[in-house]
Design a protein around this ligand. Structure first.
Ligand SMILES: Cc1cc2nc3c(=O)[nH]c(=O)nc-3n(C[C@H](O)[C@H](O)[C@H](O)COP(=O)(O)O)c2cc1C
Ligand SMILES: [Mn+2]
Length: 489
């Protein structure tokens, strides 16, 4: 353990842990304008270290940005509280076990915290006092919020929600918050607005990794993410009340913006995006959909760190593990699919994404097809899906070469492939054609929603002649280990 025993977990402690692991590189003097984004991507390409930018051009020393924090399994393992050293499916299984065993722990309110060390308001308020990066060349603006956590309280239930929604600087005291429809933060906002009231909101920009991860996780609306963060840590998150609206903000947070989302009137919403997104494209330029926050005060601790999580073109990912597959795996089991030995995906954001691979120990005729259909129908597998591949349990789902070998050798396309039309999906799919994005004739709401077809690929050995299928000609690992040892290979 590298944490001081008297200090609770926070982003600065996480940075110290990365440093001690030898997984942190300091970069001095880079420019917030594209350069930090380019450096982040170039280092991510090589699965290099986490990056801590300081002395950022035009900004005082100490106003820092951390990027590539969760790019490798070792660092993500540390963030998940599982330690370094577990990789691939092993890390995913440990994470599933940990989240299943987790018991939520409510946050504790404390009187004061480092986040209140400094305050900007009135004439001194400017969100660009912090080095919000222009992450990609063609982004529509500077994004202060990527690894952020948007804090709202439901006016009816009093429950606090944390959600990670990208936040673009729209002016000295204005930030847009891209809470998509149906997201819990947006639902809270809509309830305030329905009462004719502005929605109080706080944005945490830089927080303990567990708080960030909880705010990314898809948990039901009646579950509070602060409780999940506490449960995963095994200790409550310390919160302080925000001075203006009494919102629960992280006492050990880095930077918190506090303010309100005023009532939405026609023409009052800004242009948001484009933004280089996780699918590898500039996506989602929207005008009139993304709520605008008026920032009234900014709190920050001394030498604050922005947690930067810019999406990048795959195979770069801001999280080394496709966390969404943990939910898909749970939902497949809940749907009664037996014998699942692995679930993985390759092009992903917070959601599972369009290329999912599942391995099973085949037990009966139709088992593989059942797996494919269940995966397409579950909540976690449906949204944003496209290709679903099922393979036998001797195939490593985390290894694309192995998956493609199985598809190439065990599959007769006419027999193994089914296409299902018109399944629920996310607007983030770049392949949705323009005419299916436009408003329909007579349509008064902004959009009705989006669908995408599915390709279900059964790349298992055909069950009907399993016994006759040729044997694989690779040596068992134990045999290879034996000769490696004997011959010092
Ligand atoms: C780095 C990152 C950025 C994200 N950006 C957005 C976003 O801009 N809008 C959005 O609706 N969801 C975004 N998400 C996904 C949400 O954080 C996720 O759906 C979360 O569960 C939402 O919380 P909620 O269920 O309480 O609404 C992002 C996830 C990550 C990891
Ligand atoms: Mn929520």
């Amino acid at each position: 353990m590298t944490r001081n025993s008297n200090s609770a977990p926070d982003l600065q402690n996480f940075v110290s842990e990365l440093e001690e692991l030898g997984q942190l590189r300091h970069i001095d003097g880079a420019d917030w304008n594209i350069e930090i984004g380019a450096i982040t991507e170039a280092v991510s390409d090589k699965e290099g270290p986490a990056l801590l930018f300081d002395n950022i051009k035009g900004y005082p020393k100490g106003f820092r940005i951390l990027s590539n924090a969760f790019r490798t399994h070792d660092r993500f393992g540390v963030a998940l509280g599982l330690g370094a050293g577990s990789h691939g499916l092993d890390l995913l299984k440990k994470w599933r076990a940990k989240s299943k065993a987790m018991k939520p722990i409510a946050p504790v309110e404390v009187a004061d915290g480092p986040v209140l060390q400094n305050r900007l308001d009135g004439d001194r308020l400017d969100v660009l006092s912090f080095p919000a990066p222009m992450w990609h060349e063609k982004d529509g603006g500077r994004y202060i919020g990527t690894g952020c956590s948007v804090i709202t309280v439901d006016p009816e239930t009093g429950r606090t929600n944390l959600g990670t929604y990208r936040c673009m600087v729209q002016g000295r005291d204005k930030v847009s918050i891209k809470m998509n429809k149906g997201k819990h933060g947006r639902m809270a906002m809509e309830k305030y607005h329905a009462k004719g009231l502005p929605c109080p909101v706080a944005i945490s920009i830089g927080e303990d990794p567990m708080m960030f991860l909880s705010s990314v996780m898809s948990v039901p609306v009646d579950v509070e993410e602060y409780h999940i963060a506490g449960g995963l840590r095994g200790a409550p998150v310390e919160i302080v009340r925000s001075p203006l609206h009494g919102l629960p903000i992280p006492a050990r947070g880095e930077i918190v913006l506090e303010g309100e989302i005023p009532l939405i009137t026609p023409g009052s919403l800004p242009q948001e995006g484009p933004f280089g997104e996780w699918a590898g494209y500039y996506a989602d330029t929207t005008t009139g959909e993304v709520p605008l926050m008026v920032v009234k005060a900014i709190y920050y601790r001394d030498n604050p760190i922005i947690l930067g999580m810019p999406p990048m073109k795959p195979p770069n990912h801001y999280m080394s593990l496709p966390l969404g597959v943990a939910a898909l795996w749970d939902q497949l089991e809940a749907a009664g699919v037996p014998g699942i030995t692995g679930v993985w995906s390759f092009v992903y954001g917070g959601v599972v994404g369009p290329f999912v691979v599942i391995s099973i120990k085949q037990a009966y005729m139709g088992h593989a097809k059942q797996t494919l259909m269940a995966a397409t129908g579950t909540r976690a597998g449906a949204y944003g899906g496209k290709f679903v591949v099922v393979v036998d349990d001797d195939v490593d789902v985390t290894n694309l070469h192995d998956v493609i070998w199985a598809m190439s050798t065990r599959c007769d396309p006419g027999e193994c492939v089914d296409i299902v039309h018109g399944v629920w999906t996310s607007p983030a799919d770049p392949a949705i054609p323009p005419h299916r994005r436009n408003m329909g004739h007579g349509q008064t709401t902004m959009r009705h929603g989006y669908t995408m077809d599915r390709m279900l690929i059964d790349a298992c050995r055909p069950y009907s002649w399993l016994d006759e299928f040729p044997e694989v000609n690779a040596f068992p690992q134990e045999e290879k280990d034996k000769v490696t040892k004997k011959w010092n290979l």
